[in-house]
Structure formats: C-alpha cells, structure tokens
Design a protein around this ligand. Structure first.
Ligand SMILES: Cc1cc2nc3c(=O)[nH]c(=O)nc-3n(C[C@H](O)[C@H](O)[C@H](O)COP(=O)(O)O)c2cc1C
Length: 193
C-alpha cells in the first residue's frame, strides 16, 4: 500500500516552502466563500502556513466582498494544485479575521511597501466603476510609497487565519490515483478517487 503519511508530510513541506517561494505552484491558491447561498472563488497569495496548529494565512482588503462573506459565514475552502506534480490539496476551513488587532499589526509591519500600496486605494474593492481606475494612488503606479505614507493602507488591511477542519489530498497517477483525507494530520483514510 502507499505510505499516505509520507505523502502528507511531503505536501506540508511543499506548502511551507510556497510561503516565500513564488515559483512554487502552492504560492497562490483558490479561496472560496459563501455569498448568501452562492459560492464565490478567487485567487489569493499564501502568506503563512503552520502545519502543527493546522493553519493557513493570507491577506485581503477589509473592504472586499470576501470579508463580508466570511463575517456572515466563516465556513470556507482553500484549493491548491501543483500541475507538474499533479497533486490537488483541498482544505475545508473556518476563517478568523484579524483586523486592527495585534496579529494584523505584526503582519502589516513586515508587509513590503509594494504590497502595502494595494491597500491605499480610495475605492472599495469589487465596486462598480463609472470609469477605469487602478485603485492605487496614481503617484505609485511605477514606484512604491515611502514607509510613512504607506501606513495609510493599514486601515484597510486584514490578515485572515484559516483553521483547517479537514484536508483532502489527491495525487494523479496513470496507474491509479491516490486519494485520502485527514482532519488532524494523525489519522488518515482513503477515499475513492
Ligand atoms: C495571482 C493573484 C493573486 C491574488 N492575491 C490576492 C490576495 O492575496 N488577497 C486578495 O484579497 N486578493 C488577491 N487577488 C485578487 C482576488 O483574486 C480578487 O480578485 C479580489 O480580492 C476581490 O475578491 P472579492 O471581490 O471576492 O473579495 C489576487 C489575484 C490574483 C490573480
């Protein structure tokens, strides 16, 4: 039989690497929420992973619709796919929002100026526009703000913690796909691929 624990460990290492390594396909993932009764998915950047406490982290504009979705219903999903290795990871999660708290403050402190400017736009993300706008201050289209001015963005910055409820791993193989689940990283069971 396959050693699912080995596969699991390898995938955890791969996600950990993807936090800082933008070439790793797990560096971005598809994050899905429930908008009333309708699913909404979008790509986000992986900003943190804690295998021991089973947590995933990313950042978002507090004014964006995904935050409202999560306030209404914190059940959500994180989907990763590595096309070269043909592995899909599907996490069922519950979200905890960090906004204007010690955790969001600490993450903001280490957020690059280039990323900070994305939180400095005057318009609520996803709102309808009468005319085109990049929704960042125009003077920073080609440069980054200085640190002092970039602090303006903090009022829109949110750090999202995803508590993992369950992981579904699928490895595609020509001679038989391997699929299993775990809800604690200790117990594993196969499911039909
Ligand atoms: C490669 C890529 C990375 C992205 N990373 C993030 C991110 O880390 N956080 C985020 O809020 N939006 C990110 N976005 C934008 C979202 O996909 C989405 O368009 C936006 O956040 C609005 O989502 P919402 O209207 O569902 O809230 C990213 C988009 C792309 C294409």
């Amino acid at each position: 039989m396959h050693n699912v624990e080995e596969i699991y460990k390898k995938e955890l290492e791969c996600i950990s690497d993807a936090v800082k390594n933008s070439k790793n396909p797990y560096h971005t993932f598809v994050f899905s929420t429930i908008n009333n009764e309708h699913p909404e998915s979008r790509t986000v950047v992986l900003r943190g992973f804690e295998p021991k406490s089973f947590k995933i982290y990313f950042n978002a504009d507090y004014r964006s619709p995904k935050i409202k979705d999560l306030k209404d219903n914190n059940c959500c999903s994180a989907l990763f796919y590595d096309q070269d290795r043909r592995v899909q990871l599907r996490f069922r999660c519950q979200a905890i929002l960090h906004y204007q708290d010690d955790i969001s403050k600490a993450i903001w402190k280490n957020t690059a100026l280039q990323s900070r400017k994305c939180y400095m736009g005057g318009l609520n993300p996803s709102r309808k526009l009468e005319e085109y706008s990049p929704n960042i201050p125009l003077e920073y289209l080609k440069t980054d703000p200085d640190r002092e001015h970039s602090e303006q963005g903090y009022s829109n910055f949110a750090h999202i913690e995803l508590k993992i409820i369950e992981l579904d791993v699928l490895e595609l193989h020509h001679d038989g796909h391997i699929r299993f689940k775990t809800d604690n990283g200790i117990d594993f069971y196969y499911i039909a691929p």
